[in-house]
Design a protein. Structure first.
Length: 553
């Protein structure tokens, strides 16, 4: 069994403290996938407009990852029929049989009253019923005619709110889906306000807040409609600690910070990549001459800050909840589609070779900093809520590229904190969002500085370069932070950082009680003696062996 990260930090605490700490919640995961439509003739693996061959491959990734449940953000089928919805339900049985819940939403490809009624029957788990619930609790909906369509549930320390904006079971809301969110706003706010104490909340919908290709959105036919309702919605998300609004519809991986129309509140929108046969082109791209991206067209000034984008891929997302921290790993595989009039398409199910493309996250006890392209990371400064450790990024610039619409990519840099334990002389920092491009863990070069408790430093370790910034490796061991750099040479300096120091330089300034290092990756960091309890693989050690290993180092 994998030890949680907090356990790996408690190497030299007394056994009684370790036993007490073992009552803390284990890290856990859930998965997210995008639209599942098969828009061309059945290739033998895609009956009733459902890409079963693609879904099955993604399901196996979720099973291997050990997720507790999966959310799908709508457009379950290409064209609604009872048979199509039943096909999509059967395609989720691999998950349900493995003890993994499956929680879908409707999209604009199953928007009718008949589809609403069929959805309730085919997916009873959205009402807390049937064999595919697997540990979720507290299901609620805003009204009887939206029961199990818009719904909320809890799992462990988190609340999940899934929003349906289509025709309801009684036929209401059929005249215009543009206003079907308006009468749900009070319920949304109440559901979010009632989330578990000190827990997380996530909100999902099919349509986007601001789309990259589709103009129609959660609150209307374009992002310029129902502005007061958008203000109310985004204010509710921010006030209740929601960091991510997750949507589908666009068949593209896109992350952006979306501001409310009055510019008072913000949320990060994650548009999920395709799990379908079709792939859209962002408006404003040279591939669609004469078009303008939706933000520029409908918002003045613009209120979308683009962070990350990947096109023409099939993929999925793994969210890891670890106390106050959430880390999201995005995986995708090249689809190699063919260009058609308004996008791209595949006609046969590919064998998918998924790779991790991006890692991002946040913590409830940290901060988020939006760094524009070309701007320095020096704005990133935070202080631990525990023992007073502070962190600064002293140098480095956002050297990201542009998205398909020609907009410079921003960086959403997030911090989070864990109390320092055992061999650390500082609290533990989690740092996300420094990566310049997809598909690599390498980031822009930057200098990280952290304050340490000088009462826990040995003079021998300090003078010989055996003390400084450490980072956790894949085995859960702390190592000299610069050892994990991409292509650098280690160089120790006793004294403050200077601008001429290159990648791989690290040091300690005894006068300011800070340790610093020039790095090109992000992750988890602390300040510690390199020679104390490090370099031993502790994944499978018993407590007694662990104690002996620490004493011998």
């Amino acid at each position: 069994m994998r030890l949680p990260r907090w356990f790996k930090a408690l190497w030299v605490l007394p056994l009684t403290v370790l036993i007490a700490a073992s009552a803390w919640a284990e890290p856990w995961k859930f998965g997210v996938m995008g639209d599942t439509q098969w828009t061309v003739s059945d290739d033998g693996k895609s009956p009733n407009g459902v890409p079963v061959g693609i879904i099955t491959q993604i399901n196996q990734q979720f099973i291997r990852a050990g997720v507790k449940f999966v959310v799908q953000v709508g457009d379950l089928v290409e064209s609604y029929s009872d048979a199509a919805l039943e096909t999509r339900s059967r395609a989720a049985q691999d998950l349900c049989s493995a003890g993994i819940g499956f929680y879908p939403l409707r999209g604009n490809h199953e928007p009718t009253q008949a589809a609403a009624q069929s959805f309730q029957v085919v997916f009873p788990q959205t009402q807390g019923n049937g064999p595919c619930v697997h540990g979720a609790l507290g299901f609620t909906s805003p009204s009887p005619n939206l029961k199990g369509l818009s719904y909320s549930f809890d799992y462990n320390d988190s609340r999940f709110v899934l929003l349906d904006q289509f025709t309801r079971t009684d036929g209401s809301g059929s005249s215009s889906t543009d206003t079907n969110m308006l009468d749900q706003l009070t319920w949304i706010d109440s559901a979010l306000a009632g989330k578990p104490a000190h827990g997380h909340a996530f909100v999902f919908g099919h349509k986007n807040l601001i789309g990259e290709n589709h103009t129609d959105v959660l609150f209307g036919a374009n992002p310029g409609q129902n502005l007061a309702a958008q203000d109310q919605f985004i204010r509710s998300l921010e006030a209740n600690g929601v960091h991510y609004y997750v949507s589908g519809h666009d068949h593209i991986h896109q992350r952006s910070i979306i501001s409310s129309p009055n510019r008072a509140w913000n949320v990060q929108e994650i548009i999920t990549t395709s799990a379908s046969s079709k792939f859209y082109i962002p408006l404003g791209s040279p591939e669609l001459p004469g078009t303008t991206n939706n933000d520029a067209k409908y918002n003045n000034p613009p209120r979308e800050a683009s962070i990350s984008q990947e096109r023409n891929t099939i993929g999925y997302y793994i969210y890891t909840i670890d106390g106050p921290r959430v880390t999201v790993d995005y995986y995708s595989a090249a689809a190699n589609p063919t260009r058609v009039r308004n996008g791209y398409v595949i006609t046969t199910t590919p064998t998918l070779a998924f790779t991790k493309r991006e890692r991002f996250g946040y913590s409830l006890n940290g901060k988020e900093f939006l760094i524009a392209q070309g701007k320095p990371y020096a704005a990133v400064r935070d202080k631990s809520p525990f023992a007073g450790t502070d962190v600064k990024i002293l140098a480095g610039y956002n050297r990201s590229a542009k998205d398909s619409s020609g907009r410079p990519l921003n960086k959403a840099v997030d911090t989070g904190w864990e109390r320092g334990q055992g061999g650390t002389a500082s609290d533990i920092l989690s740092l996300w969002g420094m990566g310049p491009s997809l598909g690599t863990g390498e980031t822009d070069i930057y200098t990280l500085s952290m304050r340490y408790n000088h009462g826990r430093v040995s003079e021998k370790g300090l003078r010989r370069g055996l003390f400084g910034l450490v980072s956790m490796n894949q085995n859960g061991d702390w190592v000299n932070a610069v050892k994990k750099n991409f292509g650098s040479t280690e160089r120790f300096i006793l004294g403050p950082w200077r601008r001429e120091y290159g990648l791989g330089a690290y040091g300690v300034d005894p006068h300011t009680h800070t340790a610093w290092a020039v790095l090109n990756y992000d992750g988890d960091f602390a300040v510690a003696d390199f020679h104390r309890c490090f370099g031993v693989n502790r994944t499978d050690l018993s407590l007694s062996t662990l104690s002996r290993a620490c004493q011998s180092h």
